[in-house]
Ligand binder design. Structure first.
Ligand code: AP5
Length: 215
């Protein structure tokens, strides 16, 4: 079944982790604005260079840029999307509403992943990613089986993100509470909101999300 959903939550809440599970299970397309911006950054384009500094500081990139990225992806079409890390401001939420309407799509559910700050700090500071296949690991909760080698593709190119340090994380959390958390009330009023316990084990969170989507 084709559905469009938003994964909403602070940095490290597990949005990317759950998005990848939903891609596997439901064949949806993951639209992560963070991944799109990192791709632009490494391509060395003018926009990429402009956003790189903002992202490293942990601040939000302008609405104009991220709405443009999402507009482009939606115009390519697809059979159900997971919006991962978008929208992050009320202006982005309004823009997404218009974009979906223009393309004849509807928003089916917004999953709010609740995780307390202390756990977010542990998750973010312990995270590393395979640069080759994108698999995400954690020093304590999900280490690689063989040190320094990706379990999925065997690559040794494992990296930590430039913004995964305590200083940037402080700003990212402040940005989340100030600019993104108002979306919880926005989508609650639209009767789209489902809140899940993001502190549970990865599979338990996935089960709770499935129940919300199937219910
Ligand atoms: P983005 O890439 O979206 O980062 P984020 O929102 O800060 O979220 P993260 O990717 O850090 O965390 P996540 O929730 O995906 O957690 P994950 O699954 O990896 O954005 C980065 C930057 O880009 C922003 O700061 C901003 O500058 C810019 N940007 C992006 N979108 C924008 C927008 N719309 N507007 C403006 N600017 C934008 O999990 C984290 C760790 O925890 C992993 O190690 C994982 O293994 C572990 N973990 C996950 N789930 C569990 C669990 N249940 N139990 C234990 N460990 C778990």
């Amino acid at each position: 079944m084709s559905i469009n959903i938003i994964l909403l939550g602070p940095p490290g809440a597990g949005k990317g982790t759950q998005a990848r599970k939903l891609v596997e299970e439901r064949g949806l397309v993951q639209l992560s604005t963070g991944d799109m911006l990192r791709a632009a950054k490494s391509s060395g384009t003018e926009m990429g260079n402009r956003v790189a500094e903002v992202m490293a500081r942990g601040q939000l990139v302008t609405d104009e840029i991220v709405i443009g990225l999402i507009r482009e992806k939606l115009s390519e079409g697809g059979n159900g999307f997971i919006f991962d890390g978008f929208p992050r401001t009320l202006a982005q939420a309004d823009a997404l509403g218009h974009l979906l309407e223009e393309t004849g799509m509807t928003l089916d559910a917004v999953i709010e992943m609740q995780v307390e700050d202390e756990a977010l700090v542990r998750r973010i500071t312990g995270r590393f990613t395979c640069n080759n296949c994108g698999e995400v690991y954690h020093d304590d909760s999900k280490p690689t089986k063989k040190e320094g080698v990706c379990d999925v593709c065997g690559s040794t190119d494992l990296k930590r993100r430039a913004d995964d340090n305590e200083d940037s994380l402080k700003t990212r959390l402040l940005e989340y509470y100030k600019k993104t958390s108002p979306l919880i009330g926005y989508y609650y009023a639209k009767k789209k909101l489902h809140s899940v316990d993001g502190l549970a084990q990865v599979d338990a969170v996935a089960t709770e999300i499935s129940a919300a989507l199937n219910g």
